[in-house]
Write a protein that binds this ligand. Structure first.
Ligand code: ADP
Ligand code: MG
Length: 301
């Protein structure tokens, strides 16, 4: 390999908003025949919106809509997750002119792939999936399971709120697919890569997005370690795997993949773990990156 050609390849990448970590990355791009894609922020915009709010007052809960939103929104202001942004933004909007006054959470903790917890105004607040509620010993009314399942069947993401150990409400958020994602998927296929959608989100939300962009293989409800296991599983079937992601929860999977591609719009943790970063966060650039790497390698061989 002539170093000059490699440098030309990586230089051309930079012009297209594709950052390649080093020349050794190009080699990895040749045999890729499977591509695993994170959902939120990778295939979708990650600009989630709050679509519904249901306080638990009908089950004897103590908090009404605005209190629920204020406490959950305050807690989520410490999280970078798209679900968190949706809730914090909605809380700021609902509180109007008092928006500057969302109280700061204390003892904030992020529970990978399930939710967050912390203290707000002296209350212990928990926001996340049913799994997080159950592992924290929160008792849920029997109807909640159905309400969550129903929301999920419509392709939404439902998160539960508990305040001081009591179930206090359900928030539903929803995401939209990036305009360029379907085209990018077609392009990745043309490059010989078989796609799989891999997400920590629920199956309904995952299926809706997969259908919209033409992916038939879906793994949902995946914790960060399940994401790694999914990549390893494909590798043990003899596949050479590219992983495209943006979240903290994708970092280990990006490192495990034969080629890790991070969205430049995502977290630093993901970018550091990846071999390639596509600056604009456009999935088409991920396909461009693979094409460019292969072409550069052909030139120098
Ligand atoms: P993805 O793989 O789609 O990026 P994550 O693994 O980051 O998803 O998150 C999986 C699920 O965990 C989310 O769909 C949500 O239900 C829950 N979750 C994660 N972070 C938060 C948060 N800050 N607040 C509430 N729920 C969260
Ligand atoms: Mg993500």
């Amino acid at each position: 390999a002539t170093p000059t050609a490699l440098l030309v390849g990586t230089g051309r990448g930079a012009q297209q908003g594709i950052l390649i970590k080093g020349p050794e990355v190009l080699e990895a791009s040749t045999g890729i025949d499977a591509v695993v894609l994170d959902k939120t922020g990778t295939v979708t915009t990650g600009a989630m919106q709050l679509t519904s709010l249901l306080s638990a007052r009908q089950w004897g809960g103590e908090y009404e809509d605005t209190d629920l939103l204020r406490l959950a929104g305050s807690l989520e202001s410490a999280s970078e997750h798209p679900v968190a942004h949706a809730i914090t933004n909605a809380a700021r909007e609902a509180l109007g002119s008092r928006s500057g006054s969302l109280p700061r959470p204390q003892d904030f903790r992020s529970h990978a792939g399930t939710g967050v917890s912390g203290e707000v105004e002296g209350h212990h607040v928990l926001v996340g999936r049913r799994r997080l509620m159950e592992s924290s010993g929160i008792k849920l009314p029997s109807e909640v399971r159905e309400l969550v399942t129903e929301g999920e069947a419509h392709g939404s993401t439902a998160v539960l709120v508990a305040i001081d150990g009591e179930f206090s409400g359900i928030l539903t958020v929803s995401d939209t697919v990036k305009e360029t994602s379907a085209e990018a998927l077609a392009e990745l296929r043309r490059l010989g890569m078989d796609p799989l959608l891999l997400t920590g989100d629920n199956e309904g939300a995952a299926r809706r997005v997969a259908e919209e962009v033409g992916i038939s293989n879906v793994v949902s409800d995946a914790l960060p370690e399940d994401k790694v296991a999914t990549i390893k599983g494909l590798q043990s079937q003899g596949k050479t795997v590219a992983m495209i992601g943006d979240g903290v929860n994708d970092a280990a999977a990006l490192a495990q993949a034969d080629l890790g591609i991070a969205m430049g719009t995502g977290t630093d943790v993901a970018i550091n773990a990846a071999d390639i970063t596509v600056i604009r966060g456009d999935l088409r650039s991920a396909a461009d990156a693979v094409r460019l790497s292969r072409r550069t390698l052909r030139t120098i061989r």
